[in-house]
Ligand binder design. Structure first.
Ligand code: AMP
Length: 364
């Protein structure tokens, strides 16, 4: 179902998922006079605290889903593992953005990489692996080092193993849970970057500047904007985002994770994965742009004109993991720093508790 007309203020946006992304979406919607109704199974969901309404129920709960659909004007989500049946049920009752195709494509690494290469984008070499024997054959073809990843439910490095020269294949297969998988050739990248883009119901596209993303233990630590990359590479990243969103008839904000490699001295972009939602590497937009990725997503799904993605400052976004957020008093006192805390009840090592955006005057 498509959105018939732009949603006026006081309309209700339904969001599946109640984590920090849902919370920041609801905050952005509130600024535009739009309300959010959050649907999530965890009673302590950070987004419940600030949304106009919430439903605490399991995603397969059809009765709760029907009541939720009746209470909202459009449905979106803040995580990509929304069960297909949940999305299909809601999509029959209300406009769903991004649509079911975007969801299905990004839930399965094999479908995702197949889609990306079909539309002419470069990915790591890849092949499906269904069992231990298949793994041996595929490693012989793709070579080592390589990365074995589960097709579904992997995030922040979970469900993946690097196959080095001496890694035993049967152990690697067990380590990922002996599940349908994909084997990817190892990309010797120089940097990891991403592109955050939005597409409206009318096909309009807005793309933010490219951040360089630094990870530790597979978790994003910092996004640095602008990334130190050639102007042509920025343009190529924008083109990649436009091609993906157009091919999926996408509505909303998308995060595309890219590797930057160097070939004969030239920068080259290789697409790693797509996230059909607002993305951690876009959190810098909250303080360095007039319209953040969260407001942009709300605008897109509500049928509003997209806002300007222009960046007014240089910025470094740093995630506050676990106990790092306990330093909130010092961080809040730093000049030119935007602090965002997610209101999570419990701190655990590595858990994303908040982030800061440190601004400096724009240099380029
Ligand atoms: P992913 O879960 O696909 O986002 O991968 C998590 C991290 O593993 C990435 O951010 C990279 O640092 C690394 N990685 C994933 N795939 C590859 C690859 N094909 N080659 C090299 N490094 C990779």
């Amino acid at each position: 179902m498509r959105l018939e007309r732009p949603l006026p203020p006081n309309s209700v946006i339904g969001i599946l998922g109640g984590g920090q992304l849902g919370r920041m979406l609801a905050l952005a919607a509130a600024r535009l006079g739009l309300k959010c109704h959050i649907f999530a199974p965890e009673p302590e969901s950070p987004a419940f605290q600030i949304a106009a309404a919430h439903t605490c129920a399991a995603y397969p709960d059809e009765k709760a889903l029907a009541a939720f659909a009746a209470a909202v004007d459009v449905v979106t989500y803040e995580f990509e593992n929304v069960p297909a049946e949940t999305a299909a049920l809601l999509g029959r009752l209300k406009p769903l953005a991004p649509g079911a195709e975007a969801l299905a494509t990004s839930q399965d690494r094999l479908a995702e990489k197949t889609f990306l290469s079909k539309i002419g984008l470069t990915t790591a070499p890849f092949a499906a692996v269904d069992d231990k024997e298949g793994l041996e054959k595929t490693v012989a073809r793709i070579g080592r080092p390589a990365i074995l990843k589960t097709r579904r439910f992997g995030y922040d490095g979970k469900g993946q193993v690097t196959l080095k020269a001496d890694t035993a294949l049967d152990k690697a297969w067990t380590a990922i849970g002996a599940k349908p998988a994909i084997l990817e050739g190892f990309v010797a990248f120089e940097k990891e970057v991403s592109v955050i883009a939005a597409r409206g119901w009318d096909g309009a596209i807005a793309v933010y500047d490219v951040p360089e993303n630094r990870h530790a233990d597979h978790i994003l630590r910092e996004s640095i904007v602008p990334a130190a990359i050639a102007a042509e590479t920025q343009a190529a990243a924008r083109d990649i985002a436009a091609r993906i969103t157009t091919a999926l008839d996408y509505v909303g904000v998308i995060g595309v994770e890219l590797f930057l490699a160097r070939e004969n001295g030239q920068e080259r972009l290789i697409v790693n994965e797509i996230a059909p939602r607002v993305h951690n590497s876009g959190h810098w937009t909250m303080d360095a742009c007039l319209v953040s990725q969260f407001e942009q997503h709300i605008r897109a799904v509500a049928g509003w004109p997209l806002g300007s993605p222009d960046r007014h400052s240089d910025v470094v976004m740093t995630n506050l993991l676990g106990g790092e957020a306990d330093n909130w008093r010092n961080l809040a006192g730093e000049p030119h720093t935007g602090i965002h805390l997610y209101g999570k009840a419990e701190s655990r090592p590595g858990r994303k508790m908040g982030h800061v955006n440190r601004l400096t005057p724009r240099q380029d």
